[in-house]
Design a protein. Structure first.
Length: 51
């Protein structure tokens, strides 16, 4: 019998930077591409659709 639920994974990390530094990093494509992604077409902005 198969388990009908999909497996769930939860992770946590501690970031040794201020909230402001973290926010700037995830909204600035130049900074973000050094950590989480290889490239971005633009910065993240409120109300802007991303793909």
């Amino acid at each position: 019998m198969k388990n009908p639920e999909k497996p769930k994974i939860s992770t946590k990390i501690q970031v040794a930077k201020s909230r402001e530094d973290v926010f700037q990093t995830i909204t600035d494509r130049e900074k973000l591409s050094k950590f989480f992604i290889s490239e971005a077409s633009s910065d993240l902005e409120a109300g802007k659709q991303i793909s």
